[in-house]
Each structure stands twice: as C-alpha cells, then as structure tokens.
Design a protein around this ligand. Structure first.
Ligand code: UDP
Length: 245
C-alpha cells in the first residue's frame, strides 16, 4: 500500500540548486548538458503532473564564487559581481534545456541586462508563474556580499511561494546531526526547527537565509536533487529529505 503523504502538494515553490548541480563528476565541463537536461526534464514533469508553479534560483559556484577571488586579494564586490554573472550563464543553460522540452521559461535578472534577460520585476514574475511559465531568477540579489541562498528565500517570500526546496548535490540527502560523510553515527532529521538549525550550527543554507526564513515563516525542504525522481517525490509530500520550519 502506498505510504500516506505527509504534506499536501504546494501551489508555488522556489527551487534552489547550486551551480555545481549543473556540472558532472563524469565530465570536466562547467555545465554538463546531460545533467542539465535531466534536471530540466524533472522540472517539466513536476509542472505537468502536479501543476506546481516553479521558480528557480541556480547558484554560480561551478563558474565562480566571490570568496575565491576575495581570498586571493581581489576586491570583494567585483569578485561577487563575477559570481552573479556566473548565475546568469547557468540560468540561460537551464532556460535552454527547459524550452527544448517545450516548457516556456523566463529568466529574470536582478542586474539589468535587457539584451539577455528580462529585468526582475516582482509582479511580472508572479504573472509568468500564473501563466504556467517557469521563472529563473538570475544574478542573485544584484548585490555583492550575499550567496544565492539569500535571494532564493527572499524571492520566495516576495512571490508568496509556499516553500523553498533546497536541492543538494553532494550526496547528503537532508540535514544530519553531524557530517554523514565523516561521521557514520550521524542521523538525518525528518523535521527540524530553524532554532535548532541555528543553535546547532547545522549546515543547511547560509545563516542570513535561515534567519530570513525563520523571521518570515518560510519552510525549507532540503533534499537530494541528484537522485532521479526526487523532485516529484518531494512535491508529492513523500518522506524524503528534511523539512526545516
Ligand atoms: N553572489 C552575490 N550576490 C548574490 C548572489 C550571489 O554576490 O545575491 C555571488 C557570490 O560571489 C557567490 C556567487 O555569486 O559566491 C555564486 O553564488 P553561490 O556561491 O550562491 O553559488 P552556489 O554555491 O549556490 O553554486
């Protein structure tokens, strides 16, 4: 018999993925097209089967992270701007894959670049979602000194998403009591509160993003996005990953 779902399917979500989710261990490419196409196919499946409105924030860590340059002496704001531009490259790759699957997709950039993407306008983002388009938020917040975790949760609140799905790619399928890669006794939480995440210093998302979600009551589901079918399972409410609320 099928397991009772633990949650109802949300109407609107923000999916946060790291840029590295678009790369592949099997190839040296910064963006591995087989991987991008598999992810896109799963997103389309969820749109079509469950009708969930999906906005995506993809990081840029496969291309550049601001801290990399800053550690080597670069101006931090300039280095972070390079990171934000990396997210635009990833967003265009995702858009291309989604549209090849006939899923209308709009990239909305926080840094205005009208020849490349629409500017981020909150009400326009909501309109696209209502029309069944997938929206990809590019260029983070358009401001340095953040990672893409914070714009992911900020945009989720702005567009009144029900939750943020944080897709992991490193083989860790949720929030654990310790790092499961180095500690065999680590156990996965099925649910955990923001307060526990903060007080136990558990690595879920950046602290700025976590406290934002706590202040604004935005739940986060942390799950392994690299396992095929997991996005659909997560949105059907099956017991995978960890729900932070
Ligand atoms: N970034 C930024 N402001 C933002 C979002 C991102 O300056 O609002 C820069 C920052 O340098 C970050 C880089 O873009 O390191 C890439 O994003 P992130 O590290 O979140 O990528 P991920 O690790 O998720 O792939």
């Amino acid at each position: 018999m099928a397991e009772e779902p633990r949650r109802s399917t949300p109407k609107r979500i923000v999916l946060k993925m790291s840029g590295e989710a678009l790369a592949s261990a099997a190839s040296d490419e910064t963006i591995d097209f087989q991987t991008v196409h598999r992810l896109a196919a799963e997103i389309v499946e969820v749109r079509q089967q469950l009708g969930v409105e999906i906005a995506i924030v993809v990081g840029g860590g496969n291309i550049w992270r601001g801290m990399t340059g800053a550690t080597d002496g670069m101006d931090r704001a300039t280095s972070d701007t390079m990171g934000m531009l990396g997210t635009v490259i990833n967003s265009l790759a995702l858009q291309d894959a989604l549209e090849q699957l006939d899923q209308p997709t709009r990239v909305l950039s926080a840094i205005p670049m009208p020849a490349v993407a629409e500017p981020y306008i909150r009400r326009r983002a909501i309109r696209h979602l209502e029309k069944g388009r997938v929206v990809v938020f590019a260029a983070g917040m358009g401001a340095p000194f953040f990672t893409t975790d914070t714009p992911a949760v900020l945009r989720a609140a702005e567009i009144e998403a029900e939750m943020v799905l944080k897709g992991t790619h490193g083989g860790v399928d949720g929030v654990y009591s310790a790092d499961p890669r180095s500690n065999p006794d680590a156990t996965r939480f099925e649910e955990i509160s923001f307060m526990e995440v903060i007080s136990q210093d558990l690595r879920v998302m950046d602290l700025t993003a976590i406290t934002f979600c706590q202040d604004n009551g935005m739940p986060i589901l942390v799950f392994d996005i690299m396992t095929p079918g997991n996005l659909l399972r997560a949105l059907r409410g099956e017991k995978i990953g960890t729900l932070v609320s």
